[in-house]
Design a binder for this molecule. Structure first.
Ligand code: SF4
Ligand code: SF4
Length: 300
């Protein structure tokens, strides 16, 4: 069985597909979107986040870490991530809740056990399980095995994907995926490369492929002021050529600072742009609707 590396699990989620859902977040993403609010999901490797503001200096981490990644210098706690082998022992004993391990490994059966705990809510609300990330298709074999188990239990399944994947990976999961939640950020490829680091060609081609296969798709568009608000027309024109787009949801980008970048010692590239106001959102929804799409604001 293929093990998956996960960032975490979120229960009682109502924004990741139909009904009440449990979302499993997988680690690793091929894109580097400059507005990403989930830096812990970008690297495919395990990471420990250390929030120094929360450290109460208890020293518990020093005593359990055989890699000597924790120490005290001048009375202050120091974490050396180069020594860390991500065993998670310090996270389990940290009294200040200053440490978080992102990237625990889990088997499909272990994941199924966690996900079926909420089964009663799926049945009563028409919900189910969503695999998200990061990019879940970076771990396509794990997703394939888990989705098969979920379908055997009769659970509705959704994949929340950026679409940057090989066709062979899509083929692994498509039969056991009930709905795709599919991100489109730009139709313009140059802008896509500029703001995500990757071409959007496979993203566009994979969406056409999923559409030909007849799978329902909910498209999600992050609306980032001054960065992709000129993309609604070309995106709308493209989506109007497809047959199985059941909804297009605009997700306004909120410019709040994330402490996760500092906790992971990652460079924060969040753009200093305004949050789209109601007028901008309404205008963008209107453009998408003018192409006959069932467009809505993610704020609704
Ligand atoms: S995760 Fe393990 S190796 Fe890394 S700092 Fe904590 S105890 Fe040490
Ligand atoms: S266990 Fe947590 S709170 Fe205690 S010294 Fe280590 S990081 Fe700080």
């Amino acid at each position: 069985m293929t093990k998956g590396r996960i960032v975490g699990i979120k229960r009682f989620e109502i924004h990741d597909g139909d009904g009440i859902r449990t979302t499993l977040f997988l680690k690793g993403c091929p894109l580097k979107c400059k507005w990403c609010h989930n830096p812990e999901a970008i690297s495919s490797k395990s990471q420990v986040a250390y929030l120094k503001e929360k450290c109460i200096g208890c020293g518990e981490c020093v005593s359990v870490c055989s890699a000597h990644a924790h120490s005290f210098f001048d009375g202050k706690h120091v974490y050396d991530r180069n020594r860390c082998v991500h065993c998670g022992k310090c996270v389990d004993v940290c009294l200040g809740d200053a440490l978080t391990l992102y990237g625990r490994e889990i088997s499909p059966k272990e994941a199924l056990k966690l996900l079926t705990e909420d089964g009663i809510f799926y049945n009563s609300s028409g919900g189910g399980v969503t695999l998200s990330g990061g990019e879940p298709l970076q771990q396509a074999d794990f997703c394939m095995e888990l989705l098969k188990l979920l379908k055997t239990e009769g659970i509705h399944t959704a994949i929340d994907t950026c679409g940057f994947a090989g066709k062979s990976d899509i083929d692994k999961i498509i039969d056991d995926t009930d709905v795709f939640l599919y991100d489109i950020k730009f139709y313009d490829n140059k802008k896509h490369i500029q703001y995500t680091g990757r071409t959007n060609k496979p993203i566009i081609e994979n969406l056409k492929y999923i559409d030909i296969k007849g799978k329902p798709v909910e498209v999600r568009i992050p609306l980032v002021s001054t960065i992709n608000d000129d993309q609604m027309e070309p995106i709308g024109r493209f989506l109007a050529t497809l047959k199985h787009i059941r909804k297009v949801k605009l997700l306004p980008y909120y410019n709040f600072s994330s402490s996760k970048y500092a906790a992971l010692e990652m460079e924060n590239m969040l753009p200093a742009v305004e949050t789209p106001d109601d007028r901008q959102i309404t205008d963008a929804v209107g453009i998408l609707k003018s192409f006959g799409l069932n467009a809505i604001s993610g704020k609704e």
